[in-house]
Ligand binder design. Sequence first.
Ligand SMILES: Cc1ncc(COP(=O)(O)O)c(C=O)c1O
Length: 386
Amino acid sequence: MAADTGSPHPFVRYRWLLDSYRKAISRGWTDGDFVALVLRLDEAVSGVEGHGFYITPLSRQSGLAAGLELDSTYLWVKDETGNVAGSHKARHLFGVLLHLAVDEEDGRNELGIASCGNAALAAAVVARAVERPLRVFIPTWADPQVVERLEALGAHVEVSERNPKEKGDPTFLRFQESVARGLTPFSVQGPITATTLDGGRTIGWELAEQLALARVSGPLRLFVQVGGGALAASVWSGLAGGIREQWLSVDPILHTVQTEAVAPLNRAWRRLLALEGEAMEAARMTPDLYMWPWEEVGTSAASGILDDVTYDWLPVMEAMLDSGGRAQVVSEEMILRANELGRSATGIDVDHTGTAGLAGLLDSEVASSISRHEHVVVLFTGRRRA
Ligand SMILES: Cc1ncc(COP(=O)(O)O)c(C=O)c1O
């Protein structure tokens, strides 16, 4: 089915493709019921944030392409920095909220998330909009400005101290214990909140429609920065959906980008490529042989992608293997340079995590493999905070 081109609201425009919509219809909701729900929740988000969801801009950035010494001048930037709470994360959580509403859960249970960055801020805005209590598990080193904003939005902030006897991220451990005691997971990782990829796909559907409108066809490289992996998994799924729906005809290749500080997806990718047999079968049968927590998590200016595990790695790995893409690792110097170039060439006030995908194009081997005619897409995902 074609997109509902009458609506500028992504969750209305592409509703036919949302799992929450399909579930609602199968339970006897009308199309109008679902649209009314989206618009009511969006208005509530507007009440907190000053604006709701909209189709974020995609622009061709030839100046940035020149700065990167790419042969191709077809470099496209999708700008999520003006989205609700300053990043793409609220798309995931608005999608989860739609599922909770369709499931008709009683709406009173406390929601919870372990994060101290964009995901926590997005969760706090969305939860506040529907007046749901939210518990946010943060580490001791969380940015005081973010904590202040979370508290101003009414979130209950719980600081998790590291215990030397425990393995793994203490915020995540405390969050999991609370979920076991009944907290409703409201996170941006598919294995923990199964419905979180649904809303994230709106980025991919928008991208598909915008590229089609710009008459883009043929080979296309998509560079996505990866932390927990939900962003890459959902954008890829949305773009593939747009191709399946025949909105556009492109041949996309997925490049993922992690920093030297933490690169579990690249480790898994290298191990799988070294196998003789079918890689995805091995990944699904024995995932622990390929994905496990990164032992020595370093630091990076791209602090939003320092997840020790790539939670949504399976669909991302499959997309890279099927499309002939790769799991890149970039140095801190490339992270810093990509941000400088990205900001100065586009004027977008994007943070280092937000330009980390662009850093993948600073790898000269990758850049030189891209032909003059290929289209390249990067996502600027997070707004810089002063
Ligand atoms: C601005 C920004 N971009 C990208 C990402 C990566 O998304 P994911 O964790 O889904 O891979 C994050 C995650 O925190 C982020 O804050």
